[in-house]
Design a protein around this ligand. Structure first.
Ligand code: AMP
Length: 416
């Protein structure tokens, strides 16, 4: 039997129904905030990600699905969205058209990670990118969007971690000091942690290893002590706006985020419900990325949020939701055409969902199925009553029924 690839998922109607509902809410929410949808290709040239995400990141080092095209060009399934959005923005020279571009996206991403709950090889993210403003109010808007989305979906136990990485070469100076301060404790590091410390020391701060966390807390320097007064002021302004908006956060001195392009504000939204993979969403400012990829010197800020983790946090993983409004039951094969015509009339006139059995089930089992589909009404077509031009409409919630003239079925529901 051919099976799906490890770390990927087939989504059946009970899952896609919830997803569509979430996507509809997100689309509306983004529209209310002045963000328009951007859709970019699922694969890009590999160079886009090596140059933006960074050569020494886990993503580029070991997680990308990369192959050589027939013409020898190296291509990669996108492992994240910001690089693609930046590329599209630059390619279309959007800064010449509008002073600020606000985008949102929803779509699949690909990383060859070790699959576990909340961690897939094909996963889905929604996110925003606002390109054009360097001001702290833009950071605050993006953070508040992330926070309010989770509130909209009824997720209560979330917290925001926020930090500033400063700008200029602060990252490099800090990385070197961090490496040096931790080099005395190399005995406590595993091989992969040592490699990390060597190649991308900032990533050590993401460690989940209790022993390493203790060493960091007791010995690592604080990036916040390195950043300039201007960067501090920027950060404080972001926090002030969040305070005014009543959005709670924790300033986490060791929050750095894995990708190379971040500067100044970085943040994550964490849920207590998610266990090991507790990050619902992460983002920050990336003021140099647009110029680094060949555009003008244009600042930007955004976030990316995992769809699968949102679904876990919403407790929707095992939700059964195949449903209909009206179920048309008939007890004779000869009535199939009439049932289907009636179903079409109701759908066309009232815009409600109508289900017709195509398995030739018995009356009893159609009724049972109608119940299972949580229909509000069942219409029972019976050859005998149809001779008198009547049908029986059963209200499934109230368990009551009415006998109605066949020609009045649509108007019956109009008044319901
Ligand atoms: P990142 O792009 O790594 O900053 O991730 C942003 C968000 O995407 C995370 O907070 C997760 O919610 C989600 N995410 C990242 N990687 C995965 C994955 N392999 N499987 C599922 N969700 C993921």
């Amino acid at each position: 039997m051919i099976k799906n690839i490890k770390g990927t998922k087939d989504l059946l109607p009970n899952a896609t129904y919830n997803l569509q509902d979430i996507e509809n809410h997100l689309t509306r929410f983004m529209h209310l905030h002045g963000y328009g949808e951007i859709r970019t290709p699922i694969f890009e040239s590999t160079e886009l990600f090596t140059r933006s995400v960074g050569e020494n990141t886990d993503i580029v080092n070991k997680e990308m699905y990369t192959w050589e095209d027939q013409n020898g060009q190296s291509l990669t399934l996108r492992p994240e969205m910001t690089a693609s959005v930046a590329r599209a923005y630059i390619q279309k020279q959007m800064w010449k058209i509008e002073p600020i571009s606000k985008y949102y996206y929803i779509g699949p991403l690909f990383r060859r990670e070790r699959p576990q709950k909340g961690r897939l090889r094909q996963f889905h993210q929604f996110g925003v990118e606002s390109i054009g403003s360097e001001n702290p109010e833009q950071d605050a808007e993006v953070i508040s969007i992330a926070y309010n989305i989770y509130k909209m979906f009824g997720i209560e136990d979330i917290s925001i971690k926020i930090n500033s990485l400063g700008s200029g070469n602060i990252r490099e100076i800090y990385s070197n000091d961090l490496k040096e301060s931790l080099s005395n404790f190399k005995d406590s590091f595993s091989d992969s942690e040592l490699k990390r410390l060597e190649q991308n020391p900032l990533r050590i701060l993401d460690s989940k290893n209790e022993k390493i966390i203790k060493i960091i807390n007791e010995n690592a320097p604080n990036i916040f002590d390195y950043i300039s007064p201007t960067d501090k002021k920027h950060f404080e302004s972001v926090l002030n706006i969040l305070d005014t908006m009543g959005i709670p956060y924790v300033h986490d001195n060791y929050l750095v985020r894995g990708l190379d392009y971040y500067n100044q504000t970085v943040f994550e939204v964490i849920s207590n419900k998610l266990g090991g993979q507790d990050a619902l969403c992460g983002g920050g400012r990336y003021d140099k990325l647009i110029s680094q990829l060949g555009g003008e010197d244009i600042p930007a800020v955004g976030f990316a949020a995992g769809m699968e983790r949102l679904i876990i946090a919403m407790n929707l993983e095992n939700n059964e939701s195949t449903s209909t409004d009206i179920y048309i039951i008939n007890n004779e094969i000869s009535l199939n055409g009439v049932s289907m015509l009636l179903a079409d009339n109701i759908r066309k006139n009232l815009g409600v969902a109508v289900y017709v059995d195509t398995l030739r089930r018995s009356l009893k089992s159609q009724l049972r199925h109608s119940n299972k589909m949580k229909s509000k009404f069942s219409i029972i077509l019976d050859a005998k009553t149809l001779d008198e031009n009547t049908v029986c409409i059963k209200n499934m919630e109230k368990n009551s029924q009415d006998i109605i003239d066949f020609n009045n079925v649509v108007s019956y529901f109009e008044s319901e």
